[in-house]
Design a protein around this ligand. Structure first.
Ligand code: CP3
Length: 345
């Protein structure tokens, strides 16, 4: 049996699109909070295959989502490269800002092997997941991961990382190369362990000039996908160049992705005309509508269904589920899409 998401990723149109949500496993779920409390450190939690597998499955068990997304984080790769990453409660990720000298000392060789306990999570989940559900593995886009490594934390503008890319072109190329190599190895490992789909989260693709976009996002992504395909991995790959605007068009045509995830601001029906014919689109319900709920949410869901209906479409958010989202509303969205009674609150 194949899964609905895989059929859509093969280009099949459907009146009821398959559904999953970015950040569906996480703090809006009481069952996540309960097991999360058993580990003090988020990174230890990601490296505990039993616990990580359990929380990967939680949203599928609760909501009957069409896919599970591996519970891990895009910032595990810098750990594999020998950098220190901490997750500070209330602040988010904290890293030691990397210098050109540090870049020359990155432990590129074997980086993915050092975080290979994640592959155990993948195989545990795949063994427990129903055959008609897909397991999505992922990595961060090289540019997005580089922004955290350079700035040491998440910032709204990414100005420091953009400046670093202009002012230290060689060091930047070396950093991207290290990220490309390790991310490709990591995706290959996940696919071999049983991931049915791979996704590249380029969450900070906004605000780059077309030239910088090509250099920092498009070519490195193309390189990752070439390496993954060269290793014989054939699973579909979803790219998510969030906020990239018209740069997303070149990204869709030139990186080698199978499908494209659209951020909240993307008019997905118009976008279809600009990307390769019949390329599946994933997205793009406004996460704020999900937080607000009620009729605002009901209308927003109808709009996304309408916008997505002219081609292969996977229903998702334009960005991730936030901790304040009500479980009743996630369930209502799933029911609504499947034509069942939906109780929005
Ligand atoms: O359902 C899922 O999506 C679970 C797996 C997952 C996590 N992070 C778990 C997580 C995935 C796919 C990610 C990807 C990720 N991580 C991205 C790309 C997607 C996006 O949202 O744009 C990014 C930019 C990160 C980096 C990151 N990780 C940040 C900025 C933070 C702090 C902000 C926050 O949401 O807390 C994290 C921590 C994180 N990653 C948590 C979870 C469940 C919260 C930590 C906790 O539960 O204690």
């Amino acid at each position: 049996m194949t899964s609905k998401i895989l059929e859509t990723l093969q280009g099949k149109k459907s009146t009821t699109p398959p559904i999953w949500f970015m950040r569906q496993a996480g703090r809006h779920l009481p069952e996540y909070l309960k097991i999360r409390a058993t580990a003090a450190d988020f990174i230890d939690f990601c490296f505990s295959p039993d616990k990580a597998a359990e929380v990967t499955l939680q949203p599928v068990d609760r909501y009957d989502m069409d896919a599970a997304i591996l519970f891990a984080d895009i910032l595990l790769i810098p750990i594999g490269l020998g950098r220190d990453v901490r997750f500070v409660k209330g602040t988010g990720p904290v890293l030691d800002p990397i210098t050109p000298m540090d870049i020359s000392r990155l432990k590129t060789h074997g980086a993915a092997d050092r975080i290979a306990s994640v592959y155990k999570t993948v195989s545990k989940v795949r063994a427990k997941l129903a055959k008609d559900k897909a397991l999505i593995g992922f990595c961060g886009g090289p540019w997005t991961v580089a922004t955290y490594m350079i700035e040491g934390k998440g910032t709204p503008s990414k100005e420091e990382a953009k400046r670093f890319a202009y002012e230290n072109p060689e060091a930047m190329s070396d950093l991207l190369e290290a990220l490309v190599e390790s991310s490709a190895e990591y995706l290959i490992g996940q696919a071999k362990a049983g991931a049915d789909v791979l996704k590249i989260f380029e969450s900070w693709a906004e605000g780059l000039s077309p030239q910088q976009f090509d250099r920092l996002v498009l070519y490195p992504t193309q390189d990752i996908i070439k390496r993954v395909r060269k290793a014989g991995v054939t699973v579909p790959i979803i790219g998510f160049p969030r906020g990239a605007g018209l740069n997303s068009i070149r990204y869709a045509h030139e990186t080698g992705i199978t499908a494209i995830a659209a951020g909240t601001q993307m008019p997905i029906d118009d976008f279809r005309c600009a990307i390769p014919e019949n390329m599946p689109i994933q997205g793009n319900l406004d996460p704020l509508a999900l937080r607000i709920g009620g009729n605002v949410l009901r209308k927003a869901v109808d709009q996304v269904l309408e916008d997505g209906k002219n081609g292969p479409h996977i229903f998702n958010l334009g960005h991730g589920v936030t901790p304040d989202v009500k479980i009743e509303n996630v369930q209502a969205v799933v029911n609504h899409i499947r034509g069942k009674e939906a109780h929005y609150v």
